[in-house]
Design a protein around this ligand. Structure first.
Ligand SMILES: C[S@@+](CC[C@H](N)C(=O)[O-])C[C@H]1O[C@@H](n2cnc3c(N)ncnc32)[C@H](O)[C@@H]1O
Length: 204
């Protein structure tokens, strides 16, 4: 069961996961709904995939979802999601620029409060370039950092989750239209267990 697997991994890597509980359905839906009409979506820290599945449910047929997850066991869970629109990359989210550029939405479950300042700033800079950024948090402590990068920040509180959680929905404004700039890069250096390429776009 995914929740048990998640808790077990938390015991091994508490700082990597940040919580022993994967997101519940209501939280996953709340995050996925914010993706709106985005086509090129990146997910950071996908875990066992509760948010991933909800995003895929809403993603258009021509959409692409690229997930970055450092934990190989979670990558194996994500690989079991049978959807050609999904690409799973077993690498650090801060290296996202090696694989994709300019998504039109970044959804993140990363435990940002546990990141060092440099890694956090890298993630926020990547997210800002995308224009729309949806971040899961269990405290509102990241508000100041996030507001430095995004002029438009909404904070949602999901009480029907254990533990209750916050979702930051952030818009940068003035983003470059993603459909023109998105591409997957060569996966040769990926430590990935699976890197699905959209070959046409990869060559563009
Ligand atoms: C709080 S869990 C969220 C998992 C899932 N999104 C959910 O909502 O249940 C954080 C996830 O981020 C992953 N993670 C932590 N640091 C990471 C990094 N630098 N790059 C990619 N994934 C990372 C962890 O392995 C874990 O799966």
């Amino acid at each position: 069961m995914d929740s048990l697997r998640f808790a077990r991994q938390f015991l091994r890597h508490p700082r990597q996961l940040g919580t022993p509980f994967q997101s519940g359905r209501m939280l996953a839906r709340t995050m996925a709904e914010e993706v709106g009409r985005s086509v090129r979506v990146v997910e950071f820290g996908a875990g066992t995939g509760p948010v991933t599945r909800e995003i895929l449910r809403r993603l258009p047929e021509n959409g692409r979802l690229t997930c970055f997850e450092v934990n190989p066991e979670f990558c194996r869970c994500l690989e079991r999601i049978d959807d050609p629109r999904l690409c799973v990359i077993n690498d650090d989210a801060t290296r996202c620029g090696r694989y994709v550029s300019q998504p039109d939405c970044v959804v993140s479950g990363l435990p940002l409060t546990l990141f060092d300042g440099r890694a956090r700033e890298t993630i926020l800079a990547i997210a800002r370039r995308s224009g729309l950024y949806v971040q899961l948090q269990y405290t509102p402590a990241m508000g100041q950092d996030i507001r430095r990068h995004f002029p438009d920040v909404r904070l949602k509180f999901v009480v029907l989750n254990f533990p209750p959680a916050f979702v930051y929905v952030c818009r940068a404004g003035g983003a470059i239209p993603a459909a023109r700039l998105w591409h997957h890069r060569v996966p040769a250096r990926a430590r990935g267990r699976r890197v699905l390429m959209d070959s046409d776009e990869a060559r563009s």
